[in-house]
Design a protein around this ligand. Structure first.
Ligand code: FES
Ligand SMILES: [Fe+2]
Length: 393
C-alpha cells in the first residue's frame, strides 16, 4: 500500500491500455452477444440458503430474462430448474417464494417432485407413447459457495469452486457458514448494467462523487489490486488512519478470525461477472448488477452478517444500511445522465488508467466468454493484462 501510494507512475512494464470501444456499451448486436454468451453461461449469485430454509422451500428466480426456480429437495439438496412445464410450457411457480410438497403446474396439473421428476399427470390414458421419465423438469447448474447459492445455465461450466478460486480459501477466515441474511434492497437505474458495474471496480471516483463520505476515510492512492483468472479481481483500499474503524459498525459482533487486511482495510471482491462485495468482519452487502434492458439495470444489495444468536439483529444495522444507501445514492446520481451521454456520438470509448485496470480485465474476460471470433473486429478488446494476472497454484 505504501508503495502504491508513493509511486510516481504505474509499475515498470505496465502496458498502455487501448481504448475500450464505445459500441460495447451501446451497440444492440454486441449487447445481444452478452445476453447469449455472458448472462446465460456464467455463474450468477442466486440466493442464500436462509431463503430456502426447509425441504419444499422454493423461490422464483428471473434476473436474466429466463424464468427459473430454486427448490430445496427432501434430501436437503437445493436444485435449480427452468420454471417451464414440460407439457405446454406454463410456469410451475408463480409466487415469489413459498413452501410446497411438489411442483404442480397451474395450467393442466402436471406434477413434479421436488427433484424435478414428473410424477403425475391428468388423463395419462390420452397420451400415446408418453415416456414420463423423458419429461422431467430441465435443470440448471446450481452449486454453493459456502451458504451462497449460484446458478449457471451452462451445463458444461467449470465447477463453481474451481471457477472462483482463490476466493473460497480467502473467505474461510470469515467463517461464512455462520453468516445469516440481514436485509435486502434494490434500485432500478437508467443505465446499461456495465456503466454502474464499472463504478464499483475502481476508487478513482472517490474524490469527486464521494468527497464528503467514503473519501474522508479511504485513501484511494494506496489501493492494491489483484487480478485473478476468469475475470475476478480484488481491490484493497487502505483506511486513511490505520486505527480507524467504521463508526457505523461500532458494537457489532465481528468475526474474530479475520486477518489484518480485511480487518483494518477495505477489501472489495468482484465475482465475475456481476457480484461485488466489500467484505467486512462485521458483515457486508452482496451487490449484484442485473441488466433489465440495453439501457436500464437493477442493483440489488443483500446484507449478510455473522450469526448474532437469538433475538433481533444489532440495533446499529438500521443506521449502517442507511449510511450505505446514502453512499449508493451518490453512485447512482449520474447514471441516467451518463447513459444519455454514452449514447451520443461524443462517446468514443473508455480511456482507462492503471488504477482502473479491473475494468479492462473484466472486458478481456467478456471477450473470452463471448468468443473473440463472434465479435466484430472494431468492438474487440485487445488482451493486455495477462502477465498481470495472479495465478493461484
Ligand atoms: S402446461 Fe403445465 S400442465 Fe399443461
Ligand atoms: Fe462509488
Amino acid at each position: 500500500m505504501q508503495r502504491e501510494a508513493s509511486r510516481t507512475a504505474p509499475p515498470e512494464g505496465f502496458p498502455q491500455l487501448p481504448d475500450v470501444p464505445a459500441g460495447r456499451y451501446v451497440d444492440p448486436a454486441f449487447l445481444q452477444l452478452e445476453k447469449t454468451y455472458l448472462w446465460r453461461r456464467s455463474w450468477l449469485y442466486a440466493a442464500h440458503i436462509d431463503e430456502l430454509p426447509k425441504p419444499g422451500s422454493f423461490l422464483m428466480w428471473n434476473k436474466t430474462g429466463t424464468p427459473m426456480l430454486l427448490v430445496r429437495g427432501k434430501d436437503d439438496v437445493i436444485r435449480a430448474f427452468y420454471n417451464t412445464c414440460r407439457h405446454r410450457g406454463a410456469p410451475l411457480v408463480t409466487q415469489k417464494s413459498g413452501q410446497c410438497e411438489g411442483l404442480t403446474c397451474g395450467y393442466h396439473g402436471w406434477t413434479y417432485a421436488l427433484d424435478g421428476k414428473l410424477v403425475n399427470l391428468r388423463d395419462k390414458r390420452d397420451f400415446v407413447g408418453l415416456d414420463m421419465s423423458q419429461r422431467n423438469l430441465i435443470n440448471v447448474r446450481c452449486e454453493r459457495f459456502y451458504n451462497w447459492i449460484f446458478i449457471n445455465e451452462d451445463l458444461q461450466a467449470q465447477p463453481l469452486l474451481e471457477h472462483v478460486r482463490p476466493y473460497h480459501e480467502y473467505f474461510q477466515q470469515f467463517q461464512p457458514d455462520n453468516w445469516r441474511w440481514v436485509h435486502s434492497s434494490s434500485h432500478d437505474v437508467q443505465c446499461n448494467v456495465k456503466i454502474l458495474l464499472d463504478a464499483f471496480l475502481e476508487v478513482y471516483h472517490l474524490k469527486s462523487i464521494h468527497q464528503n463520505t467514503v473519501d474522508r476515510f479511504l485513501d484511494h492512492r494506496g489501493t492494491c489490486i489483484d487480478l485473478y483468472p476468469n475475470g475476478h479481481s480484488l481491490m484493497v483500499t487502505p483506511n486513511r488512519r490505520p486505527d480507524w474503524s467504521d463508526p457505523g459498525t461500532r458494537g457489532m459482533p465481528r468475526v474474530p478470525t479475520a486477518t489484518i487486511i480485511p480487518d483494518k482495510n477495505n477489501p472489495s471482491f468482484m465475482f465475475f461477472p456481476n457480484l461485488v462485495t466489500p467484505l467486512d468482519p462485521s458483515g457486508c452487502p452482496f451487490l449484484t448488477f442485473w441488466p433489465t434492458s440495453d439501457t436500464t439495470m437493477r442493483i440489488e444489495c443483500t446484507w449478510f452478517a455473522p450469526d448474532w444468536g437469538p433475538g433481533e439483529r444489532h440495533p446499529m444495522w438500521t443506521t449502517r444500511i442507511e449510511n450505505f444507501e446514502r453512499i449508493l445514492a451518490e453512485d447512482l446520481q449520474f447514471a441516467g445522465a451518463i447513459q444519455q451521454s454514452v449514447m451520443s456520438p461524443g462517446f468514443k470509448g473508455l480511456t482507462l488508467n492503471y488504477q482502473e485496470r479491473r475494468i479492462y480485465h473484466w472486458h478481456e474476460e467478456l471477450d473470452r466468454r463471448i468468443g473473440i471470433e463472434r465479435i466484430p473486429a472494431e468492438l474487440r478488446v485487445t488482451p493486455r493484462l495477462e502477465a498481470w494476472v495472479e495465478r493461484p497454484q
